[in-house]
Design a protein around this ligand. Structure first.
Ligand code: G3I
Length: 399
């Protein structure tokens, strides 16, 4: 009798176990007919209408999971204590979004995507690389949108806005553009075709486009590249007009770094906005990239934003991160918290600042260590997906 009871118990156990999805396995979604519960230690989370996934730890349903970290920072460093969600507080403050950049090679990481997908954290997504010229028109007239579409589809499934990035930039150009020798007429048509096709491909689906990226040197002079060297300043209206024709409802931005405070570069950008406005060229916004260094965030960001808004454009913080010289220390993380708060508070205080985007949310995928050796830890989540004090700075900035 005892043997029979044990056998029944074992059968029940096996049946239950096989009816559960493994860690990171699918556990629901439209069309899914498999198991809808998860193995111990996992919770079935709705990532989008088509895909629910077993994720480690406990969390709540739908697009909001627990704000508290499931692991702790290494080395006894301080972590976030906030239970609020970044996009929720941004919207409560009257902003359109709080967002993050992402990149296609990161998307196979289920733990990464599980956070990115939560629109309570991120109401907006920017593709970090896959809409750039080298990715979208590697050969003249040959357009590939699959990488960009992967991110657009992710954002749409999550009900997240999209910032398109970018159309005309000196960097990440295919060699046929970068090394080409063109007449004025030829390059004009190349820009019109590229921006028109790129923007037109996602017509009606993109909130804002960085049509022009980083046109100025830090001293406020025009950057020398194939566009300026061939066309002078006229490459700006050529691109903006092509984009406006392709998607009349997308907000058209010029995006740059080191324009967040008073100086030659922000003055040059303001003069450009005035010229474009005077000429009737479509221009809707200026992006403040905001790649900052711990303890060195400008104190006049709000005033600079107000000065741009007074010219008749909106502004947005488009690529925020705050890097430090490694290793991280408690003092550096506390200063970083203040720095994030300073930037977000500036946007919060200016009605014409529509939102804040961080240049990826986790140190795991930050561009900083690859570009600035010895520096890093620039994002609000650490490389183990634990929220840092910087996260609390963002929340406080929207208060
Ligand atoms: O695509 C190649 C791949 O084929 C190759 O195997 C691999 C090997 O390193 O490199 C890949 O290219 C990399 C590319 O990102 C795509 O992953 C480049 O090396 C790398 O330099 C490039 O970095 C990007 C950088 O722009 C280029 O300037 C960063 O990911 C991206 O975050 C960064 O973003 C820029 C914004 O667009 C504009 N503002 C500044 C910001 C930070 O630099």
């Amino acid at each position: 009798m005892k043997t029979l009871a044990s056998l029944v118990a074992l059968l029940v156990y096996i049946t239950l176990a096989s009816a559960q999805s493994a860690e990171f396995g699918q556990c629901g979604g439209i069309g899914w007919t498999g198991a809808t519960t998860c193995v111990a230690g996992n919770t079935c989370e709705v990532l989008n209408p088509y895909f629910s996934q077993c994720l480690p730890g406990s969390s709540s349903v739908s697009s909001v999971s627990s704000a508290s970290a499931t692991s702790t920072a290494s080395g006894g460093l301080p972590t976030s204590t906030s239970t609020a969600f970044t996009d929720t507080v941004a919207k409560a403050a009257g902003k359109l979004y709080f967002g993050s950049a992402t990149d296609n090679p990161e998307l196979p990481n289920a733990e990464y995507v599980a956070i990115l997908d939560q629109n309570a954290y991120f109401g907006q997504i920017t593709p970090g690389n896959s809409m750039k010229w080298d990715a979208t028109e590697p050969e003249q007239g040959v357009f590939t949108f699959s990488g960009g579409q992967q991110i657009v589809s992710l954002a749409q499934a999550n009900n997240q806005l999209i910032r398109g990035h970018n159309c005309v930039w000196y960097n990440q150009l295919p060699s046929w553009v970068e090394d080409g020798t063109f007449t004025v007429a030829e390059l004009t048509e190349i820009i019109q075709t590229h921006c028109g096709t790129l923007v037109g491909n996602w017509k009606g689906q993109i909130y804002a486009w960085d049509i022009i990226n980083e046109p100025f040197n830090d001293d406020g002079t025009w950057r020398s590249d194939v566009f300026f060297d061939t066309l002078g300043e006229s490459f700006i209206p050529i691109a903006l007009e092509a984009a406006a024709a392709a998607d009349p409802n997308a907000k058209l931005y010029i995006n740059d770094y080191n324009i967040e405070s008073a100086g030659a570069k922000s003055a040059a950008m303001m003069e450009l906005v005035q010229t474009l406005k005077a000429n009737g060229t479509p221009i809707d916004g200026i992006g403040f990239e905001s790649h900052f260094i711990v303890g060195e965030v400008p104190t006049d960001i709000q005033a600079t934003m107000e000065a741009f808004v007074a010219l008749g454009v909106e502004v947005a913080v488009t690529e925020l991160d705050v890097r430090m010289t490694l290793p991280e220390t408690a003092a550096l993380l506390e200063q970083q918290q203040k720095d994030y708060q300073t930037v977000v508070s500036a946007c919060n205080a200016v009605p014409g600042c529509v939102g804040v985007t961080i240049w990826d949310y986790t140190d795991l995928y930050s561009w900083i260590p690859g570009t600035f050796p010895g520096q890093g830890a620039a994002c609000p989540w650490d490389a183990n997906f634990v929220k840092k004090p910087a996260y609390d700075g963002i929340i406080a900035g929207f208060a």
